[in-house]
Design a protein around this ligand. Structure first.
Ligand SMILES: *Cc1c(COP(=O)(O)O)cnc(C)c1O
Length: 396
């Protein structure tokens, strides 16, 4: 795209209290070299104040319409498969049953490879390619591996996926569809992460693990920009987000901070963020209830919602901070409830929802029943992925 507008991306810095940086984005960076916690991308926000919302008119209907606030350096072009700018559906029938007039479903199942992981991988693999990577690697519970494999294919890079051997079959098969090499791991995503790092480090593989590299969160933050644009620059009262590694929640919170700084939304009107987890793996919910800054790892994590089976998130403190600063909450849902509600989303709205989307619906029901959500509140349910790779949970 010649004549494409420049990005305001300038540098990386530590996202934790240590605040180390700036780090030069023309070099490879993963975790903060000083404290070992995630790095975040930073932009020239003063210059970005000159960028107007009106300039979005007529742009590509993908997340790259916000390219000024995405990690591109001069001369870079995105690796894209058309991700983002997914529909925000007013879910009238679902809302009527719960007593919410303004319930919306942000349908992330319509992304390439059927989940919002496409956004993160589009950004991460754009940087990986720009930094001269030839092989990318990652541990995955399923969807991240599918997205990484697809974007690696589009970028002409090799992809090494490490996935728990009990992952659902369609996740494993789809990695292979895009030409990735799949290693089945006897353990959880955290074990897969350790093995991927040990194997890849001596070989110079570029590791695109959640929040261990700084750019997936940049892709996922575009969900925050989109919500604002699609709701005509009035953010909802609530965002209900099924949380595993937390990239999307952390990313949207960052997007709101950026949009306030560049004058796109008024300060102090951010949504309450709700982090939803599975009863069989709820480290963030437990830490939220205990009032701790970080989350203890969850023992024997198990749930039908593969995306939520993350016993330990390196960005736990960022998730907890966003939930608390927003005045939101964290709650866990049983597997039976999320499957019931995944079916309800399908039956009432014709939307293909993963169990993770079902979990978000159940959380909304609980928060309306308890009086936290009021009938005229604007509530956004994140349907983070589609049902097709999870159909085994329906039994029969
Ligand atoms: C990965 C995933 C999640 C969790 O996303 P995070 O941003 O890592 O918390 C939720 N739902 C689905 C379908 C996923 O694939």
């Amino acid at each position: 795209m010649s004549g494409a507008p420049p990005s305001f991306f300038t540098h990386l810095e530590c996202g934790a209290a240590c605040g180390a940086g700036p780090f030069d984005p023309r070099d490879r960076h993963f975790l903060c070299p000083a404290c070992g916690l995630p790095l975040l991308a930073r932009y020239d926000l003063a210059a970005a104040r000159g960028w107007s919302r009106e300039s979005l008119t007529g742009r590509v209907p993908t997340m790259w319409r916000y390219r000024e606030m995405l990690p591109l350096l001069p001369g870079d072009e995105p690796v894209t498969l058309g991700e983002g700018f997914t529909p925000l559906m007013h879910a009238h029938r679902l809302g009527a049953g719960i007593g919410l007039d303004r319930l919306f479903v942000k349908d992330e199942s319509l992304n390439p490879t059927n989940s919002f992981k496409a956004r993160g991988q589009s950004a991460a693999i754009t940087r990986a390619r720009a930094l001269g990577a030839t092989t990318i690697s990652l541990p995955t519970a399923g969807n991240a591996g599918n997205a990484a494999a697809a974007y690696a294919a589009a970028a002409g890079l090799e992809c090494q996926v490490f996935i728990p051997k009990d992952a659902k079959r369609p996740f494993i098969d789809e990695c292979r569809l895009y030409g990735a090499t799949v290693t089945l791991v006897d353990g959880l995503i955290t074990d897969a992460g350790r093995i991927a790092a040990e194997t890849g480090k001596p070989l110079g593989w570029y590791d695109v693990s959640t929040l261990k590299e700084p750019y997936r969160v940049e892709g996922k933050k575009t969900m925050g920009y989109e919500l604002a644009e699609q709701l005509d620059w009035r953010l909802p009262d609530w965002i209900v987000y099924p949380t595993g590694g937390g990239t999307g929640l952390v990313g949207m919170w960052k997007a709101f901070e950026e949009m306030e700084a560049i004058g796109w939304i008024p300060p102090g009107r951010r949504p309450k963020m709700v982090s939803v987890q599975a009863e069989g793996c709820a480290p963030i919910v437990r830490a939220f209830e205990r009032g701790t800054e970080k989350a203890e790892p969850w023992e024997n994590a198990t749930t039908a919602a593969d995306g939520l089976r993350v016993p330990r998130a390196i960005g736990d403190f960022l998730i907890l901070r966003a939930v608390r600063e927003s005045g939101g909450t964290a709650l866990a849902v049983s597997d039976a409830a999320m499957v019931e509600d995944m079916l309800e989303i399908g039956r009432l709205e014709g939307i293909s929802a993963a169990p993770e989307g079902g979990a978000a619906l159940r959380a909304i029901k609980k928060l309306t029943a308890s009086g936290h959500m009021r009938p005229d509140d604007t509530v956004v349910l994140f349907n983070t992925g589609g049902a097709l790779k999870y159909l085994d949970v329906l039994g029969g």
